[in-house]
Design a binder for this molecule. Structure first.
Ligand code: 5GP
Length: 117
């Protein structure tokens, strides 16, 4: 059994967070340390630590991450100009919280896709 992270408390609404969306599969909320004008995290309610741990049964929730990202991008008014969806995995990917999450970032030009800094 994987160890819970702060994101499980956010899903259960045990700590104050501005929830943007929640259903039976996923939850979305603003990143605490935004890296762009819009920076939202969309996560499965099920604790899946990394992309390496996704199973076939998770495909519905994984698809839901994208449909919620699309809806929130439109709500934020960033859909037309564009945005970036990011999911980091493990050490080389720069993952810090071991409950998978899709970053939805935009609201300004984001520059090159990869930075080696
Ligand atoms: P990672 O590096 O794992 O892909 O991204 C983790 C993200 O979670 C970071 O962007 C970080 O700012 C965000 N984060 C970490 N702890 C919290 C928290 O308690 N609340 C919110 N809203 N975001 C968090």
């Amino acid at each position: 059994m994987a160890e819970e992270t702060i994101f499980s408390k956010i899903i259960r609404q045990e700590i104050p967070t501005e929830l943007l969306y929640q259903d039976e599969l996923v939850t979305a909320f603003r990143d605490i340390s935004p890296q762009a004008n819009t920076h939202i995290l969309i996560i499965p309610n099920k604790l899946i630590p990394t992309v390496n741990d996704i199973e076939a049964d998770d495909e519905l929730a994984m698809g839901r991450l994208f449909t919620v990202a699309k809806t929130l991008a439109a709500q934020e008014g960033i859909a037309e100009d564009g945005f970036r969806l990011i999911m980091n995995c493990n050490r080389h990917g720069g993952q810090e919280v071991y409950h998978i999450h899709m970053h939805l970032v935009g609201g300004e030009p984001l520059g090159k896709m990869l930075s080696k800094s």
